[in-house]
Design a protein around this ligand. Sequence first.
Ligand SMILES: Nc1nc2c(ncn2[C@@H]2O[C@H](COP(=O)(O)OP(=O)(O)OP(=O)(O)O)[C@@H](O)[C@H]2O)c(=O)[nH]1
Length: 241
Amino acid sequence: MESSLEFSNSLGSLSSVLTRCRTFKVLVIGDSGVGKTCLTHRLCAGEFPRRVEATIGVDFRDLQLDVHGEKIKLQLWDTAGQERFRKSMVQHYYRNVHAVLFIYDVTCPASFRSLTAWIEECRQHSLGRDIPRFLVGNKSDLRDPSRADGQVSQELAASFAKAHGMMSFETSAKNPPNKRGNGRRVDAEVSYQQDKVEDIVVALGAKLKRQRRPSAASSPACGSFKILNKKRADKELWTCC
Ligand SMILES: Nc1nc2c(ncn2[C@@H]2O[C@H](COP(=O)(O)OP(=O)(O)OP(=O)(O)O)[C@@H](O)[C@H]2O)c(=O)[nH]1
């Protein structure tokens, strides 16, 4: 009798821990090859994957955050960029989404031009304007500051993001800067700014914490990330299972 009571008590405390952790679905979309898999892997596991293949359907990666004392879980939906690998899944992608990351490759202007089609797909699937949206230019390690052509300028990305009510970031899943501004090249005519991947997580966490809708967590997170406060973002704790 005593042991079953202990068991139910421990279940009670376990469920209270679980119900305290809200889960948010974050959709990651963009053209094939822009680096969605690598970026979500970097965000959740803290490293660049050794080998990647085109995503078929969707891959899930979890990231647990501690935002000012509240644990929240981000469930990143790394979707397929290739039409043939996504068409049977599209309806599922857009169900109960809490935030969207639009990814493009800074060295591939076509992937930037495609963003309007990705935004249109969100609209066709009735994604509300209130859902937080983030623009992420990936592969900043390949940016050549001495060249203007064949690359997406930061000014263009910033004005696009502003026009669509998004926060914008530029980073590299492969070789991310340790701190903001690491990518500034003073010797080049054109300077540019890189963001840490953690900056994206901090922004996501801050936006989502204010939302009311989320469900309780039901599975353990893969990556874990603690946001103490905005000013101390550089000192966040990163752990990974
Ligand atoms: N240099 C560099 N290469 C990257 C970066 N991110 C991804 N890549 C490379 O870009 C290629 C495509 O990366 P993926 O992560 O598979 O791209 P994806 O957007 O998930 O592609 P789909 O699954 O087809 O939608 C791979 O060869 C990666 O190694 C980056 O930040 N820098």
